[in-house]
Write a protein that binds this ligand. Structure first.
Ligand SMILES: N[C@@H]1[C@@H](O)[C@H](O)[C@@H](COP(=O)(O)O)O[C@@H]1O
Length: 323
């Protein structure tokens, strides 16, 4: 898994938008694989990504003619035109502003007369496109991915799910009041997401910090369904600095010398490793430091006071490489 940490949500969004742009532009359609197939999320986290994709398209830099999409989920009982439906959200924020062939846009129908049949057909349609190439997802504060609430089977497929009280309350910010939030939704399963060739999660904001910790630093658990990505061979999480507050394992990037070492030691750093940083200016920098949770709260400010001339990056150990 890769973890890429960006300063804020806009930079995180920009990283993913550029990544998708490159992948879309680099895609070579063939008679058997005519479309790059994307899985897409709703929510506030992906908005900076969609905004940039629209901008790239308007600037003539990006076409979606060879792209097909499958959205993750939809509320049960909301019509496509309902302003709080995910269908409406996706058209408002992306599909109405790009040149995608609308026959290649797929969103679960929250008004289907038979939800089970709708979900089964969705899986078949994904299959008919040759599967999903890149599944982009967001994450709930409780670590849910799509609407796979805590306790969902990690082998689950597209189906109808009841939403937890917490999700209903959190998502009520998009509605006029909490009583309007549907209590059920159609959602792809964790298994559906894991079947994608590649999975990218956008995780931003302090409210996601505990869920990010559970997702990447603890074991795979059906109680934090995004943690299933640990089982995926090509998963990448792009987050911002607020979202990493609960991570225990960090890498900090300052010049290595005895004095710095002492400061770190006094902060409770357990292990220290030297790595070459830059060929030109810095011959040595130190890399990873396992910092106990207790000191994390003052960690940033103390480091900043101790090393005022260094720009501090917080990198996770698993940064930059799939492992
Ligand atoms: N079903 C969606 C998820 O797919 C989304 O990831 C989550 C987070 O939303 P936000 O990005 O607004 O925090 O919200 C909803 O529950």
């Amino acid at each position: 898994m890769r973890l890429i940490i960006k300063k804020d949500k806009n930079q995180a969004g920009e990283y993913i938008a550029k990544y998708l742009k490159d992948r879309i532009k680099g895609f070579v359609p063939t008679p058997t694989r005519p479309y790059l197939v994307l899985g897409l999320p709703t929510g506030s986290s992906p908005l900076p990504i969609y905004k940039l994709l629209v901008e790239y398209h308007k600037a003539g830099e990006l076409s979606f003619k060879h792209v097909a999409t499958f959205n993750m989920d939809e509320y049960l009982g909301l019509d496509k035109k309902h302003p709080f439906s995910y269908h409406y959200f996706m058209h408002e924020n992306l599909f109405n502003h790009i040149d995608i062939d609308h026959r290649n846009v797929h969103i679960l129908n929250g008004m289907a007369s038979d939800a089970t049949v709708e979900c089964e057909n969705y899986e078949k349609t994904i299959e008919s496109y040759g599967g999903i190439d890149i599944f982009l997802g967001g994450m709930g504060v409780d670590g849910h991915i799509a609407f796979n609430e805590p306790g969902s089977s990690l082998a689950s497929r597209t189906r109808l799910k009841s939403l937890t009280r917490e999700t209903i309350l959190v998502n009520s910010r998009f509605f006029d009041n909490v009583s309007q939030v549907p209590t059920q939704a159609l959602t792809v399963g964790v298994g559906t997401i894991l079947d994608a060739r590649e999975v990218i999660l956008i995780v931003t904001g302090h409210s996601k910090a505990m869920a990010l910790y559970k997702t990447i630093e603890e074991g795979v658990s059906h109680m934090w369904t995004a943690s299933a990505l640990q089982m995926h061979k090509r998963a990448m999480i792009i987050c911002d600095e607020e979202a990493i507050d609960e991570l225990k394992i960090k890498t900090i990037d300052v010049k290595y010398n005895n004095n710095n070492f002492n400061v770190l030691h006094s902060l409770g750093v357990k292990s220290l490793r030297e790595t070459p940083k830059s060929k030109v200016t810095v011959s040595k920098s130190f890399a990873f430091a396992q910092v106990p949770f207790a000191v994390l709260k003052d960690w940033r400010s103390t480091i900043k006071e101790s090393f005022p001339h260094h720009h501090l990056n917080h990198h996770h150990l698993i940064n930059h490489k799939y492992k």
